[in-house]
Design a protein around this ligand. Structure first.
Ligand code: G6P
Length: 617
């Protein structure tokens, strides 16, 4: 949801900002723009389309500057046009601003400013914010003692703003300075030698420094090439904590792969190893989590679990629900974070609340966390990005440790969430009825998951060939039962996200209550068919599809006795423990959607209209 970068230092800001924007492009790619200081002028170059368009334009004009800001946009207010691209400049020409978030009361402010003679070139809320800063600046005494007028005008403006923002601002009267601020949109400061980089996330600055400060909501940062200072909206000084990033620029490169999505799919065995490293007890019968900040005794007292998330992470929560209820026999509720935050659902006091979020910045998930905390619940986070808003605000949590996930369609983050969900189920189960030997068997199964995923990945050439045959269909069903019903949802979501094929995920037996009306030779069904006590029921559902001429792609475990000629295509995955099955079953649907998207000529890493980190409601 928009990426922002700001640079102050002694180097060429243009190349540093452009590199940052390319790395942030997964956050939005409707348009891109920069504002660079040129003497006492602010030069803006912005274009609808990808960062590459902007880079070409900047290359032609040979800009140099040592201070600048840049933005890659995911449109909220206003169409995808050059005029609506950021940065926006105030109508007096004094300020340039980039923004990630939504200003909710922009219409009132726009009316007020219009009355004062300010003019607007775009339809954006951001331009209103920029002009409001100009308005407060004009009113601010030029020589406020000990105060920076630039900072003060921003502080005053933000007191009037409702909504969310991560911003970076330049002012013609203050060359070599940037002011940044955040509320509910991420902003991180890279601390280099004689240079500072402000960015939406670490990928934009990790090539220049590994020292970072995670800014908090309500903080304002002031940068010059020599120093930085952080204060709150209420003018209190903040002592910054400088953290070390634990990953390097190589982690966010595509390497030999054609797409980030492909790289991240094939990275999954290693990602799963990382997610479980050091997280089993010495006797090998249960899971260990270092960061929960809740004692095993308190955990044991919990009578319910509640999980909130969005998108793919919500699917991981549904699998976790199944595993906790199945192995630990404790009731679990799963809700979309966006629904939970407004639903005011009654919660039992002995409920332990979990949120799951790869980015840790999804605004609805963050809001659900805050709502649960307001109601007095302790909230645990399963989260990948260290230092994210959710990680900081949760009472405790479990990091996924899978490194940066750049592809918009979540893959390795999903399977690591499934793994952590399975480990939570084990942890709870071992506190209750699960025996030591069942615990050991479960742990050994989880430890074997990376190897099983490696084997499943070997099906890639076969799945690629299947994708060629199925790429031209317009509709597809994904059907699964029990722990693989959420995988059916995930398979359908993946296909929709990156291939733009209409797909629906359903519990296989529910298919009779509606979706079967879609079935014809033009609508293939992808069936999860693991060997289980309900295998025959799944076969019956497949027969019902076949009787209506629907093509069938079966994803079956190696031991599943599929009748000959029932499925048109069979993708075999290794047989595995119930806790590992969803992880292994994810691989073929990830590969299928990836290869279908390639066949259809889709931009896999940057699917239309989507963004990786959804920081607006
Ligand atoms: C977006 C992404 C999805 C992701 C969801 C939740 O919709 O495109 O891939 O699953 O947000 O993201 P989170 O970072 O909270 O896991």
């Amino acid at each position: 949801m928009c990426g922002i970068v700001g640079y102050v230092g002694r180097q060429n800001a243009v190349s540093i900002i452009l590199e940052g924007l390319k790395r942030l492009e997964y956050r939005g790619y409707d348009s891109a723009g920069v504002c660079l200081e040129k003497g006492r002028r602010l030069e803006v170059v912005k274009k609808a389309g990808r960062v590459d368009n902007l880079a070409k334009e900047l290359g032609r004009r040979r800009f140099t500057a040592t201070t600048g800001i840049g933005h890659t946009r995911w449109a909220t207010h206003g169409a995808v046009t050059d005029a609506n691209a950021h940065p926006h400049v105030s109508s007096d020409g004094k300020f340039a601003l980039i923004h990630n978030g939504v200003i909710e009361n922009y219409a009132q402010m726009k009316a007020f400013l219009t009355g004062k003679g300010y003019t607007f070139k775009s339809e954006t809320d951001t331009e209103v914010l920029c002009n409001l800063i100009a308005y407060h600046y004009a009113k601010e005494p030029a020589r406020a003692k000990g105060r920076n007028r630039f900072m003060e005008s921003i502080r005053k403006t933000l007191h009037h703003v409702e909504g969310t923002y991560g911003i970076a601002v330049l002012c013609v009267d203050h060359p070599g300075e940037i002011v940044g601020a955040r509320k509910a949109s991420p902003l991180i400061l890279g601390v280099g030698t004689d240079e500072y980089i402000l960015a939406s996330d670490a990928s934009a600055l990790v090539s220049r420094t590994q020292n970072v400060v995670y800014l908090k909501d309500g903080e304002i940062v002031h940068l010059t090439p020599k120093r930085f200072s952080i204060t709150t909206l209420d003018q209190a000084d903040v002592s910054p904590v400088v953290n070390q990033l634990t990953w390097s620029v190589a982690d966010s490169d595509k390497g030999r792969h054609a797409h980030f999505m492909e790289k991240e799919i094939f990275e999954q065995p290693a990602a799963l190893e990382n997610a479980m490293r050091g997280r089993f007890s010495a006797d090998g019968s249960t899971a260990l989590f270092g960061g929960l900040n809740i004692s095993p005794g308190e955990f044991r007292e919990m009578e319910r679990f509640m999980f909130c998330a969005c998108g793919t992470a919500w699917h991981a929560c549904l699998v976790t629900e199944h595993l906790i209820e199945r192995f630990a026999r404790v009731p679990v509720e799963v809700d979309y974070a966006s629904e939970f935050r407004y639903r005011n659902s009654p919660l039992d006091p002995r409920t332990l609340f979990f949120v799951m979020s790869q980015s840790g910045e999804t605004i609805d998930t963050l809001a659900a966390l805050r709502e649960a905390k307001r109601k007095g619940f302790r909230v645990m986070a399963v989260n990948n990005v260290v230092g994210s808003s959710i990680a900081r605000e949760a009472d405790g949590g479990i990091y996924q440790h899978v490194g940066p996930e750049v592809g918009v369609a979540s893959t390795k983050a999903f399977t690591s969430q499934l793994l952590i969900g399975a480990m939570i189920a084990l942890y709870v189960a071992r506190m209750r009825d699960m025996s030591y030997s069942d615990g050991v068997e479960y742990v050994n199964a989880l430890k074997g998951a990376p190897e099983l995923v490696r084997q499943a990945l070997k099906q890639a050439p076969k799945i690629k060939a299947i994708a060629k045959r199925y790429a031209q269909y317009h509709d597809m069903l994904f059907l699964g039962r029990l722990s693989l019903f959420p995988l059916a949802l995930e398979g359908a979501l993946k296909l929709k996200e990156i291939s733009y094929v209409h797909a629906e995920g359903y519990p296989a037996a529910e298919m009779k209550h509606g979706p079967i009306a879609l079935v014809s030779e033009k609508c293939p069904s992808v069936f999860f068919a693991p060997k289980s006590e309900i295998f025959n029921k799944i076969v019956s559902s497949m027969q019902e599809i076949k009787a209506r001429k629907g093509p069938i792609i079966a994803i079956a475990t190696a031991d599943a006795p599929l009748p000959d000629d029932l499925a048109d295509e069979v993708i075999r995955i290794p047989e595995c423990h119930e806790a590992v099955l969803p992880i292994v079953a994810a691989i073929p649907v990830q590969l299928l959607s990836y290869y279908i998207a390639l066949e259809r000529g889709c931009d896999v890493d940057k699917p239309r209209n989507l963004a990786k980190s959804v920081t607006v409601e």
